[in-house]
Ligand binder design. Structure first.
Ligand SMILES: Nc1nc2c(c(=O)[nH]1)N[C@H]1C(S)=C(S)[C@@H](COP(=O)(O)OP(=O)(O)OC[C@H]3O[C@@H](n4cnc5c(=O)[nH]c(N)nc54)[C@H](O)[C@@H]3O)O[C@H]1N2
Ligand SMILES: Nc1nc2c(c(=O)[nH]1)N[C@H]1C(S)=C(S)[C@@H](COP(=O)(O)OP(=O)(O)OC[C@H]3O[C@@H](n4cnc5c(=O)[nH]c(N)nc54)[C@H](O)[C@@H]3O)O[C@H]1N2
Ligand code: SF4
Ligand SMILES: [Mo]
Length: 750
């Protein structure tokens, strides 16, 4: 059951006399958005290199960028819509025209809406939604029309706690202060491994050179992680921590700041409310009392708190390992409080808001966010910013009753491999009345779709990074044109959304209780938007931005076109406090949900027993705590169809400490069974002292051995999916973000 008529047509070798041209572009695979230089002959990419002239990435490149060529040429990549046909229990896929595909999708979605209401249609928007700007500029035209509350995205397997905390403290979900890595003198990283990930909520290409510079100017890098990561190996100090206990450690740091009279909010002081209430709330969390939970001795904690408070520019930064655990919101809150109480928010060398040319906060293009305005039907999990946590998506599909989910639109996502309890979701997708995927692979998720709509790939469309330039450690603006022309007839994501929006609006005409006037306005808006390319919208946005009060350094579209390597807008500058003052806002250091959570927290370690409400640890079989892992040659759940990225030693291995291996009589390389409440997988073990005793680590995004997918290289390097072990019932206690860290598992020889 393979996709038909899908062979690439655009890659016949060009004649030798075709001139070789140099083009500048970016890699949009991860948050680092490195500037690249391509050599192109006709429609063929000859080479890909880092661009030394790029003011942000300064020539940096990683192996994944070179695989952009593999993606472009991949014979398995879909280049034409396909529909699933099931006859006599057999499934096959048939290539269809775009016209037929659009009609099928619109009809499938509209029918579910007619029969079951608009909330019966769910949406999952995956990670590349924010890496491919056409999704941001034109996606809302279509998704908004679905008028559904059943919206899900990768946010709730990732950075949701950051948004919630920024929404509470600074008034906007995107007001996330970014570490000023180029000027800081003390950087403490918890649950992040930028040397493998290239940074997250901190766009930081070339991070190794920046760490080196930090230490050369006398600064210190500290890493707290249950694993000795690449970043830990490059740091001045590494402390192993018991997974899921970071909240206890961070609260003990706040405790120490008060206890040792190190609280100096400096210029922020006049804006801070509830400082004393925080002091009282953290009173029970002394480093001495928390050491037994975290495994970090009290003397080290107190010393680190002192060093941080005394450094001339310090920053605490916590990422995936902290956001996706039971106490993720408390962790991200505590990090902001530490940075605020030591006077390190909105100052050079601390953490600062950025000043991108297109500012999604100031222009109000992005909503400030809202929390718990409604809850999920089955479990009562809270929405944030109009989205429900994806941990509840499968149960909303599987639980009968009014409001049950019956249809799904996925775009840029592979939630079967990326969300907790992937097997359960697999099962749930099988039962849907209708599903459409906007994606260029027939993979573990899209195989359940009735229709797949494949957009162009990264090198075939232009790019301006609306999101990650907002989160970068230096202000730059950079527009890149497409590197190679798209294959004939191919559509970009934004074009797919526009056409879906147009046809869907027409189809649900009779369903909408809209007035004639509203319908006309909709038609006119869609008519205009249909003509406006993302690039045209960018030009309009830049022009507008240059006219706002106080704007100093907004480049014009003409300048961007003349400088494809990017325009440098300088280092990060303080702007948060000024912005808050202008809006008459103060910073409430102790939001209500945190105030209510802290008294419980002291009793909720180990975190997961408290979260699930059932004890998963039978006394006879000791559990280990499962955590994740990223590798520089892997990119979430995809890009495994590039031979150059998956070749070599298998990377989907379970790291285990020699002590835990010995007690189970396991040898390095041996295949083991790993089991959790929800499922089990078989993987080889890697026995290493680089992991804390009691903890095991498996990377995510693997598990390409499911039937009915069509990615031949990935299938040959299948690995196993960690999310067949992670548990949809284990969630962050306030936001219901997925809690991937510290999942209890049993490991034994297979
Ligand atoms: N256990 C565990 N699970 C995790 C994580 C973890 O650390 N541990 N990490 C989580 C995190 S941080 C994230 S962000 C999620 C990511 O998980 P997902 O949201 O599922 O995103 P990806 O795995 O990147 O899958 C991307 C999909 O989009 C398609 N695609 C790529 N580019 C484009 C494009 O331009 N347009 C369209 N339409 N499609 C495109 C690809 O073919 C692929 O199917 O995984 C999460 N899951
Ligand atoms: N090469 C590569 N780069 C990527 C990606 C990729 O898949 N591959 N994905 C991109 C995406 S979508 C994202 S969101 C970013 C993520 O960027 P990072 O957050 O930097 O990525 P991770 O490598 O997952 O780092 C998480 C770290 O947390 C540790 N950890 C796990 N549990 C705990 C805990 O309880 N406490 C503490 N203190 N640490 C813990 C893990 O050991 C790991 O080292 O990376 C992006 N960049
Ligand atoms: S670090 Fe690698 S994957 Fe990330 S943008 Fe740069 S080249 Fe691409
Ligand atoms: Mo992510």
């Amino acid at each position: 059951m393979a996709a038909m008529s899908n062979a690439p047509t655009a890659h016949a070798p060009a004649h030798d006399d075709t001139p070789v041209e140099t083009r500048h572009g970016v890699c949009n695979l991860c948050e680092a958005i490195c500037g690249l230089t391509f050599q192109v002959q006709g429609k063929r990419i000859i080479s890909i290199k880092g661009n030394d002239a790029d003011p942000l990435s300064r020539g940096h490149i990683c192996p994944k960028a070179v695989a952009l060529k593999d993606l472009h040429e991949d014979p398995d990549r879909l280049r034409q819509p396909i529909k699933r046909i099931t006859e006599n229990g057999q499934t096959r896929w048939e290539a269809i025209t775009w016209d037929e595909a659009f009609d099928l999708v619109v009809e499938g979605l509209a029918r579910v809406r007619e029969q079951h209401g608009s909330n019966a249609v769910a949406v999952y928007q995956g990670n590349p939604s924010v890496h491919n700007w056409g999704n941001i500029t034109h996606g809302p035209m279509f998704f908004g029309q679905l008028k559904t509350r059943s919206r899900f995205s990768a946010t709730s397997v990732d950075q949701l706690p950051h948004h919630l905390v920024s929404h509470w403290l600074y008034g906007h979900q995107l007001a996330i202060p970014i570490p000023d890595i180029d000027h800081t003198r003390f950087m403490l990283i918890l649950g992040g491994n930028p040397l493998a990930s290239n940074g997250s909520l901190m766009t930081v290409p070339d991070v190794r050179a920046r760490f080196k510079a930090l230490r050369e100017r006398g600064g210190k890098l500290i890493v707290i992680d249950p694993r000795r990561t690449e970043t830990a190996a490059a740091a001045d100090e590494h402390h192993f921590i018991d997974p899921g206990t970071d909240a206890a450690w961070l609260l003990s740091v706040i405790h120490t700041l008060f206890d040792e009279e190190l609280v100096r909010p400096q210029h922020l002081e006049p804006l801070l409310d509830n400082i004393k209430a925080v002091r009282d709330a953290v009173a029970p969390f002394s480093p001495e009392a928390m050491a037994a939970h975290t495994g970090i001795d009290a003397a080290s904690t107190r010393r680190l708190a002192r060093e941080m408070a005394q450094a001339n520019g310090a920053v605490v930064y916590g990422r995936m390992g902290l956001s996706t655990q039971a106490h993720g919101v408390v962790c991200q809150w505590a990090i902001q409080v530490i940075n605020l109480l030591t006077g390190n928010v909105d100052r050079e060398g601390g953490a600062l808001l950025t000043s991108p040319a297109i500012n999604l906060i100031q222009t109000r293009l992005m909503s400030p966010g809202h929390f718990d305005a409604w809850r999920s039907r089955v479990r009562g999990a809270p929405e944030f910013g109009g989205e429900l946590p994806v941990s509840v998506m499968a149960e909303e599909m599987l639980t009968p009753g009014k409001g049950q989910l019956r249809a799904l639109v996925t775009s840029c996502g592979n939630p079967v491999l990326s969300t907790p309890n992937g097997r359960q979701l697999d099962e749930a997708l099988r039962g849907l009345d209708f599903m459409v995927s906007i994606d260029f692979y027939l993979n573990e998720t899209t195989r359940h779709a009735h229709v797949i709509l494949p957009p162009t790939c990264g090198v075939e469309h232009d790019h301006y990074d609306l999101v990650f330039l907002h989160l970068a450690v230096r202000n730059i603006a950079r527009y890149s044109e497409a590197i190679v022309p798209p294959a004939g007839g191919a559509l970009h994501d934004w074009q797919i959304y526009m056409e879906l929006a147009r046809r869907y609006a027409r189809r649900i005409w009779s369903l909408e209780r809209a007035s004639v006037r509203q319908r006309l306005t909709g038609m006119v808006t869609r008519g205009i938007m249909g003509q406006l390319t993302p690039r045209r919208l960018l030009a309009i946005g830049l022009n507008r931005a240059s006219k706002t009060k106080g704007a100093t350094q907004i480049p014009t579209m003409k300048q961007l076109l003349a400088h494809p390597q990017g325009v440098d807008l300088g280092p990060l500058q303080p702007s948060l406090v000024e912005g808050l003052r202008q809006r008459g806002r103060r910073i409430d250091l102790l939001p209500l949900a945190i105030r209510q959570e802290l008294p419980n927290l002291v009793n909720t370690f180990p975190a997961h027993v408290a979260t699930t409400g059932h004890d998963t640890e039978p006394a006879t079989r000791p559990t280990l705590k499962l955590i994740g892992r990223r590798d520089v040659r892997s990119n979430n759940s995809w890009m495994h169809n590039s031979a150059r990225l998956v070749s070599g030693k298998p990377r989907c291995t379970l790291w285990i400490h020699p002590r835990d291996a010995a007690s189970r009589q396991l040898q390095d390389g041996q295949t083991v069974t790993v089991a959790s409440r929800v499922g089990q997988v078989r993987v080889p073990v890697h026995v290493t002292e680089d992991i804390r005793p009691g903890v095991v680590s498996l990377p995510h995004g693997w598990g390409h051995d499911r039937a009915g997918i069509d990615m031949k290289v990935a299938q040959a390097h299948a690995g196993a999916s960690i999310n067949d072990l992670t548990d949809d019932r284990l969630t962050e206690r306030i936001s219901a973000n997925a809690a991937f860290s510290a999942v209890p598992v049993w490991v034994e020889a297979a």
